[in-house]
Write a protein that binds this ligand. Sequence first.
Ligand SMILES: Nc1nc2c(ncn2[C@@H]2O[C@H](COP(=O)(O)OP(=O)(O)OP(=O)(O)O)[C@@H](O)[C@H]2O)c(=O)[nH]1
Ligand SMILES: [Mg+2]
Length: 426
Amino acid sequence: MIFGNCLFIQRQRLFYLHGLRSWARAFAMQQKFKDKIIIKVKAGTGGAGCSSFGREKFVPFGPADGGNGGDGGSVYIATKSGTFNNLSHLMGHYKASAGTSGKGGNRHGSIGSSLILYVPPGTTVKEIQNLNEEEEQNSTYSVQWVQRPGNERLPIQALEGPSFEEEAERQAQELFHCKSPPANAYPIEYNMMDDDGKPRILCRGGIGGFGNVHFLSEKNRSPKFATKGMKGQSKVFELELKTLCDIGLVGLPNAGKSTLLNSLTRATSDIGEYEFTTLQPHLGTVRLVSDNHVPVSFSLADIPGLIEGASDGRGLGFEFLRHIERAKLLCLVIDISPKAKIPCTEAFQQLWKELKEYNPKLLERVSIVIANKADISAEKQLEKLKDVVSRNGQSITVIPVSAARREGMDTLLRCMADLYTKMKIV
Ligand SMILES: Nc1nc2c(ncn2[C@@H]2O[C@H](COP(=O)(O)OP(=O)(O)OP(=O)(O)O)[C@@H](O)[C@H]2O)c(=O)[nH]1
Ligand SMILES: [Mg+2]
């Protein structure tokens, strides 16, 4: 009986563990690929300036010697190829550290350390909210802090010093020599398609406050005040990744795109008899030696299946279509087997219509129609497909293949390589 109970408890625990493990796996799968993310970024606040006077033996009332506060750290973004292929490594919040306060004896505060976020090439960055502006609207008046006497407040205009824009520009130039738009001039929008890895600014750190030495003048020989550091910029950004590939495989679900990618390259994209097996783009690289003994290499992308109405957001809709926007050439993959859910001619017309409605320019990039599953007696369908394709008036080659049996792969690869090299020369 006791033994039976133990067995029962063990089994319960096993079930529990199994549940946990499958949940963790599902969570990991979810975490695996992210091509769109919203992040909140905050730059560091500038350190406060110091108000102090020299004190030495036999010098009871020395001169002003309060140092400036250090500038707050800024947040930058840069592309890094080879390390990441999506945005899943990014977190929701980023904050650079604040500058430290100035000290007596003319000691300036140290600068807060800056942050650089790395993203794969092909990421677009869009500022969607400026949290500083909202804060300013909510605050009743804008003043700078005065340390002495008695923490009085003084309007900014009363204090002399370089303007915020001048200081921010100097800071960006000195720290990272990066391209920097004027502060707050317009919402940031970067298209980091072919970036060279140089950091671009997201949020500027606040400028450190001035120590009382800064306010020494002929009129005021002992200024008893210093200013507070400025707040760092705080913004919300939307990052979006558009897959970078040379040739994109486009087709309805179950057309055999993943099987084709796996047959042509070393990629291991999931294959399934059901629709929407592929939910995220997969990349593979083809390396060939052309007829003229010139090495040719290009990347192929297997993109999630397209369904009717995708241009209006149906199915994976725009999620899918934005990935093909960057492909240099497009190949339509069509299932020509008699068992196909949608006849091949209709499938071609559906794909053509969806691409046209999303962006008519995409049609110019369609150069090959891959008639897949040609191993299942499909001669009639092939003829019909060729007929419909030729009626579109463009020079599109129809190539029958069997991705599963790896038949027709050589002809297809040669054709792809030829078109790719011609396009590069043009
Ligand atoms: N007979 C035959 N079956 C094929 C061929 N190519 C692919 N298939 C089968 O078609 C089914 C779908 O293949 P996938 O490669 O997953 O199709 P997909 O276009 O990637 O599908 P989604 O990811 O859902 O869009 C699988 O059962 C494959 O085994 C082929 O050349 N001949
Ligand atoms: Mg697939």
